[in-house]
Design a protein around this ligand. Structure first.
Ligand code: UDP
Ligand code: MG
Length: 319
């Protein structure tokens, strides 16, 4: 942590959990979160966002809001929008000086929340968490590893574990995220683009207590694309680079063919078949290059459409 870490003043803490068909976990979740909240030195609110569950989750959330009036708030979405959209809805509802997000399936133990808040108070505006002895399948863990490395490269923010949703954000970070109007978001990455003082804590990771993950392979793939496109338009530029390289290679090849033909006569080079290839490479290269150029424009349109805040002021002094 840097020297100019400022102690943040916290009055209210918001806990935000997206809920999708979690009826088996909800009772536990609410009682554990309420227990943690009551024990805090701050006021707290628990915001449960029902992401269009097909089971009795929505009804249970409404009941919890009745039972814990003033502390539990239910936000019910009309249909399933996905985890990150649901969290966004929760963030929009939250009023806390610090907002903590966590999964509703109890894989993130609510008892770890005070650990995150300790860091928040010390001035970390984004507190991430690293899952100790993660309880997921080997496939999920290896996939996460690769993705984490890619995210670190692309964002330049060294966080060990982008997949873990148990995170704490200062109010100004939450407000900045709410100003971003893109449809596909990956919240941990978005938050880090605004972070001034990110830090991490180690947290426990529990088995999925009840059923299976809510993510099918297809929705995992979709999520990775969201992650990639939310970070960078570099893949579009890759087209131009590849096209340029290919066109140059084709051109070099044709020069080599010309030279060998002059040296060894027309019999060489498969009666012109090689020449056709050389010309083909050049054309394909030029086509990719043109597509890459189109991509550049699309990338710019994409950046403008997202209308992210151009910069993010941490604080103005002496005004
Ligand atoms: N979730 C959601 N909408 C969805 C899928 C999941 O709100 O479309 C919630 C889910 O209820 C849970 C969290 O997102 O609270 C993480 O989901 P899950 O545990 O299935 O993901 P995993 O732990 O496998 O990453
Ligand atoms: Mg989970």
């Amino acid at each position: 942590m840097t020297n100019d870490a400022e102690q943040a003043e916290i009055k209210l803490v918001s806990l935000v959990a997206p809920v999708y068909n979690e009826e088996a976990n909800l009772t536990d979740l609410v009682s554990r979160c309420v227990a943690v909240g009551e024990a805090l030195d701050y006021e707290y609110e628990l915001i449960l966002v029902d992401d269009g569950s097909a089971d009795s989750s929505a009804a249970m959330i409404q009941q919890a809001a009745e039972d814990h009036k003033g502390n539990v708030i239910g936000v019910l979405l009309n249909r399933n929008y996905g985890q990150h959209a649901a969290v966004m809805a929760g963030l929009a509802q939250s009023r806390g000086d610090v907002v903590v997000t966590l999964d509703a399936d109890l894989q993130n133990p609510p008892e770890e929340i005070p650990k995150l808040l300790e860091k928040s108070v010390l001035g970390c505006d984004v507190v991430g968490s690293v899952r100790m002895n993660r309880k997921d399948t080997f496939f999920r863990r290896s996939a996460s590893k690769i993705i984490n490395k890619a995210v670190q490269k692309a964002t330049g923010v060294m966080m060990t574990d982008y997949g873990c949703m148990l995170r704490a954000y200062h109010r100004n970070i939450v407000d900045a995220m709410l100003q971003c109007h893109e449809r596909s978001t990956f919240i941990p990455v978005l938050a880090n683009t605004f972070a001034r003082q990110p830090c991490e804590v180690k947290v426990a990771h529990a088995d999925r207590s009840q059923d299976e993950t809510k993510y099918s392979l297809m929705s995992l793939i979709n999520l990775q694309f969201d992650l990639l496109t939310s970070m960078t338009t570099f893949p579009l530029r890759l087209l131009s680079v590849m096209g340029g390289l290919l066109a140059m290679a084709g051109f070099a090849f044709s020069l080599v063919l010309l030279a060998t033909r002059l040296l060894y006569g027309a019999d060489w080079a498969g009666e012109g078949v090689f020449t056709v290839f050389a010309i083909l490479f050049i054309f394909i290269g030029v086509q990719l290059l043109a597509m890459g150029l189109l991509g550049e424009y699309i990338g710019r349109i994409y950046h403008d459409v997202r209308a992210r805040p151009r910069y993010f002021i941490h604080k103005v002094v002496g005004a």
